[in-house]
Write a new protein. Structure first.
Length: 324
């Protein structure tokens, strides 16, 4: 297998990866310590850990094929690796970021003198607008109306989708909710979300969302449940009965896709489409970027702007006016 083909088709479970892992760990006690420190202690987000581990392991497989020792690695070699890297620009940026961070740990643990990836420049990549398709206001309303209320699973689905719309929360944050995260302050209910990066934020529940949520909660007799009980629950197979187990992020995606299909709406929409619609709608109404940024849970206002589809709507109106 050539170095060029490894980048794209080598599976994570390949024996080649295992062999390279073992070779790296046997370099020195410091190298083994650095590996464990980087992947098991420094990176707390599971998804980041998986992505960074894959990036580092693929590079080490390529390096092993070139017979280049890790401690003799030079910036030019890292640059050549990315010259023949067959992937999108965002993927290249992620892999380069992973290598820079990993080699920083190796330098700190005296496995190597200098970080060979530190001076390697990535290609310029600027995103003006996110790729997630926006669900329109009419489509969202159609979707909610299409969901009945005769079964607990339907009440759950309607409550979950309404929460996606009216809180702009990520599907992962909604999946991790517990009953204790839904609290009454004497005037209204509010959700306490745990977002990416360990950030916690409280989002008030509007009156129509409250009605949908309480209808769902009454169906599971929530007042007799412990506070640590799961808020949005999974379904037991095809029975339609809810279980005490939490719904997973992937289950939310499947549920939304199924409900979209049943409502006759475009299949390319996703749970993230509701965040795009909510952000765009609020910005269109003149709500400040700072307030919308907090609602969306973004650390940087530039990220919030990626969700803004107002410019696309202006562009569509403009091209329709061309009189040729």
């Amino acid at each position: 297998m050539t170095g060029n083909s490894i980048i794209e088709i080598l599976p994570p479970s390949s024996s080649s990866l295992v062999e390279v892992d073992a070779k790296f760990a046997n370099l020195s006690p410091a190298a083994k310590f650095a590996w464990d420190e980087f992947f098991n202690a420094s990176i707390r987000n599971h998804h980041t850990r998986v992505a960074y581990m894959r990036a580092v392991r693929l590079f080490l497989v390529w390096l092993d094929g070139k017979k280049i020792p890790v401690d003799q690695l030079e910036p030019g070699t890292v640059g050549k690796y990315f010259d023949q890297f067959h992937g999108s620009l965002p993927k290249k940026k992620l892999h380069l970021s992973a290598l820079r961070a990993f080699f920083d740990v190796l330098v700190n643990r005296h496995v190597m003198m200098l970080n060979p990836a530190a001076s390697v420049r990535g290609e310029r990549y600027q995103v003006v607008e996110g790729k997630t398709p926006e669900i329109t206001r009419d489509q969202a309303r159609t979707l909610l109306k299409s969901i009945g209320s005769s079964r607990p699973v339907a009440l759950r689905d309607k409550a979950l989708i309404a929460t996606l719309i009216y809180t702009a929360a990520r599907a992962g944050a909604i999946a991790s909710l517990r009953l204790k995260d839904f609290s009454w302050d004497g005037t209204q209910y509010a959700f306490r979300f745990m977002e990416k990066g360990g950030k916690s934020r409280s989002i008030p529940v509007r009156h129509d969302l409250q009605a949908v949520l309480l209808a769902y909660l009454d169906s599971i007799n929530w007042t007799n449940e412990p506070k640590d009980a799961v808020f949005f629950r999974s379904v037991a197979g095809r029975t339609g009965e809810l279980t005490p187990k939490p719904i997973r992020n992937t289950d939310i995606c499947r549920m939304v896709k199924r409900r979209l299909r049943e409502a006759g709406l475009p299949g390319q929409l996703s749970p993230h489409s509701f965040r795009v619609a909510t952000v765009t709608d609020l910005l269109t109404q003149g709500v400040s970027l700072e307030d919308v940024q907090y609602l969306a849970g973004h650390a940087d206002p530039r990220t919030t702007r990626l969700y803004d589809r107002r410019q696309k709507k202006i562009t569509r109106n403009m091209v329709e006016r061309i009189s040729i």
